[in-house]
Design a protein around this ligand. Sequence first.
Ligand code: SAH
Length: 212
Amino acid sequence: MNDIIEKKARLTMSLRAQAILSSPVLSAIETIPREIFIDSALKQHAYENASLPIACGQTISQPYIVAKMTETLEITSRHTVLEIGTGSGYQAAILSLLARRVYSLERHRPLFVEARNRLADLKLTNITLRLGDGFSGWPEAAPFDRIIFTCQVEHVPDAIIQQLKPDGILIAPIGSPGKEFLTKLTKKGDVIHSEKLISVRFVPMVPGIEHV
Ligand code: SAH
């Protein structure tokens, strides 16, 4: 127990050293137990600042990247957020402590089912998950104040841009595979401003749904 508290403190200290300054983001990282989103064989690494493999050949992002993306979104408690790529559900859990409601899409059924169970165990009731293809977004719940992609895309699909509110912020790893940059898009009227942040590595966004 004390061991986990110490590991969490060390992780938040290293995030601060990497210029993550938002107290709500740091406290969300301290609050959500990352170990429950990770396979049992890797649990001892839960509070290392590293990405880790999860089921279906996917990955849970590095805490620094989760923190950086969350901070860039400037989320308030009035915001509705769409996530594309639920994976383990960890990023959705972090978002849920800051936003009013989180919608998250995942294309792999086993990941969707596991994430749903974990988030229910944590009693995070302001998250709605769906097995679906992120290329179509979530038209019934749109428009969103904030949108986050946790998979690499060459370009953000038009359908998704249309689901972002005016003055909304979207963050995504944009670029060809292996050459993607975390990119912040801001919608001002019909104009999209784009700002490249840092070079990152993500699993690719893939169309369609996988049932196994
Ligand atoms: N946010 C996750 C990171 C998951 S990795 C976490 O906190 O654990 C990215 C995820 O995007 C993978 O689970 C992958 O299956 C999913 N993904 C890829 N293409 C997708 C698509 N078209 N629609 C929905 N999810 C997609």
